[in-house]
Write a protein that binds this ligand. Structure first.
Ligand SMILES: CC(C)(COP(=O)(O)OP(=O)(O)OC[C@H]1O[C@@H](n2cnc3c(N)ncnc32)[C@H](O)[C@@H]1OP(=O)(O)O)[C@@H](O)C(=O)NCCC(=O)NCCS
Length: 388
C-alpha cells in the first residue's frame, strides 16, 4: 500500500483493527516460504433493502508484495476466499477498493456511490425553510468527549442502522477504532432530545494560518440523525462555526443536504465509487433483501468463479417489500446478466436499466427490464458511511 514496512506494529494493528485471524489468508512463496500476499474478511452485519440486518463478508487487506505482482497471486486468493464463503459462509461479500479496475473480474459490482463535498462557508446558506426545519428540532446540542459521547453515538446508530441499505452495525471495538484514530479524537457534538440522543456529528478542525480572516477547515467524519429536523440542526451548527472557511464531508448520493441550501452551487462535489458487492450464494442473497415490487421472471446468469450461481433462475417476489424466491429452471430467459451486475444492483442503488444501457444486462422479453429494474431498486438510496 506504500505505507512502509511496520512489522513491529503487527500485533497492535491486528488488535486495533479487530483482524479476524481465522479469516485471513496468506500466500507463500514456494521457494523462500515467505508471505507474499494477504487477504482477509471481517464478519460484518449490513442493512439490506427493507431493513434486515444480515451477515456480510467484508473483504479487505488485499495485497501482494511488489516483487510478486502479476503472477496470479491475488487471483488465486480471491477465488480461494470466494469458494470458502460459498461453502457455508455469508451469502454476500462486499469491499472498498483502492482501484476499481480490479474486482469486477471476480464478480463484484459497483453497488453504492459517495460524493466528496466542500461547502464554501462565506457563501453557502440555509434556505428559510431549512432554517425553520432546524429550529423545529427539540434537541439541544452538547459538545462531549468521545468517551462520554460513545454510548449516545451507539444509541443513535442503532436506531438508524436499518433505515438505509449498506449501513453497518458496529461493535464496541469498531466504535473505538473509528473514533480514536492515531491523529487524535474528533470533536463530537450530540443532539440530545427530551428522551435521549437523536443525532450527532463528529468532525475535525484544521485551523487557518491567520486570525485576521476565517481560514479554518472543518472535516466532517460522520453526521447522523434520526429525523430531518435534527439533521438540519446539525448542518446548521456546522455551517455557523466561527473562523471557518470550508466544511468538507463524504456524503451519500443523492444528498438531502443540497435541498437545505439556498444555492447548491456553493457545494462543490466530486463523485467516487464506494461499496462493491458480490453475491456468493444467489438464492440465499435474494432471500435476505426486500424487493420494491412483485415480479416473476427468469434470469440467465453467468458466474466465472462460482458456477453454482450460473444458469437460469426463476425469480419470484409475491408482494412489494418481500424477499425473492429463486429456483433453477429450464424456462426461457427474460433477462441475461453477469453475477457482477446482480452484485451492483443488490443494494438497490445501481439500476438494472442503467446497466442495460451500458450493454451489461440483456432483455429478451419486452417489459422484463423495466419491471426488474423497479423491483431491484430501493429508496432511500444505499450508502455505506464507513470504509472497512
Ligand atoms: C492489486 C494487487 C493485489 C494485484 O495483485 P496481483 O497478484 O498482481 O494480481 P494478479 O496477478 O492476480 O492479477 C489478476 C488480474 O488483475 C489485473 N490487475 C491486477 N492489479 C490491477 C490493477 N491495479 N489495475 C488493473 N488491473 C489489475 C492483472 O493485470 C491481471 O489481469 P489478467 O488476468 O487479465 O492478466 C497488487 O498489485 C497489490 O498488492 N497492489 C497494492 C495494494 C492494493 O492496491 N491492494 C488492493 C486494495 S483494494
Amino acid at each position: 500500500m506504500g505505507w512502509g514496512a511496520r512489522t513491529e506494529d503487527a500485533d497492535a494493528v491486528f488488535a486495533d483493527r479487530a483482524i479476524e485471524v481465522d479469516r485471513t489468508f496468506v500466500s507463500l512463496d514456494t521457494d523462500s516460504g515467505e508471505i507474499v500476499g494477504t487477504t482477509s474478511a471481517y464478519s460484518l452485519t449490513m442493512s439490506m433493502p427493507g431493513g434486515a440486518l444480515v451477515p456480510v463478508a467484508g473483504v479487505y487487506l488485499v495485497g501482494v508484495e511488489p516483487t510478486h505482482r502479476r503472477r496470479g497471486v491475488m487471483s488465486s486468493m480471491m477465488r480461494h476466499q470466494l469458494k470458502g464463503l460459498a461453502n457455508g459462509g455469508e451469502a454476500v461479500a462486499a469491499l472498498w477498493t483502492t482501484d476499481p479496475a480490479i474486482y469486477q473480474r471476480f464478480g463484484y459490482g459497483l453497488a453504492t456511490w459517495r460524493s466528496r463535498i466542500e461547502l464554501d462557508l462565506a457563501r453557502a446558506m440555509f434556505s428559510p425553510r431549512a432554517d425553520a426545519l432546524a429550529s423545529a428540532s427539540c434537541a439541544r446540542l452538547r459538545q462531549m468527549s468521545v468517551a462520554d459521547a460513545l454510548p449516545h453515538l451507539a444509541a443513535v446508530h442503532e436506531e438508524i442502522v436499518g433505515s438505509r441499505p449498506g449501513v453497518l452495525a458496529r461493535s464496541e471495538s469498531r466504535w473505538n477504532f473509528l473514533m480514536r484514530l492515531e491523529d487524535g479524537e474528533p470533536e463530537v457534538v450530540v443532539a440530545m432530545g427530551p428522551e435521549g440522543p437523536v443525532g450527532y456529528v463528529a468532525y475535525r478542525i484544521r485551523p487557518g494560518q491567520s486570525c485576521a480572516s476565517p481560514g479554518g477547515e472543518v472535516e466532517v467524519q460522520e453526521i447522523s440523525a434520526v429525523d430531518p429536523a435534527t439533521h438540519a440542526q446539525l448542518w446548521r451548527y456546522l455551517l455557523g462555526l466561527d473562523l471557518m472557511r470550508t466544511v468538507s464531508a463524504h456524503r451519500p448520493l443523492p444528498d438531502p443536504l443540497v435541498h437545505l441550501l439556498v444555492d447548491l452551487r456553493h457545494l462543490h462535489a466530486t463523485i467516487d465509487d464506494a461499496l462493491w458487492v458480490r453475491l456468493v450464494d444467489l438464492p440465499r442473497a435474494f432471500g435476505q433483501r426486500a424487493f420494491a415490487a412483485p415480479i416473476d421472471l427468469v434470469l440467465e446468469v453467468t458466474d466465472a468463479v462460482l458456477p453454482a450461481n450460473a444458469g437460469r433462475w426463476r425469480v419470484s417476489v409475491d408482494a412489494a417489500g418481500e424477499p425473492a424466491a429463486a429456483r433453477p429452471t429450464r424456462g426461457d430467459a427474460d433477462l441475461s446478466l453477469d453475477i457482477s451486475d446482480l452484485g451492483a444492483a443488490h443494494l438497490g442503488a445501481t439500476h438494472l436499466a442503467d446497466l442495460a444501457l451500458a450493454g451489461r444486462v440483456h432483455e429478451h422479453t419486452p417489459g422484463a427490464l423495466a419491471a426488474a429494474s423497479l423491483a431491484w431498486s430501493w429508496s432511500p438510496i444505499a450508502t455505506c458511511p464507513e470504509i472497512f
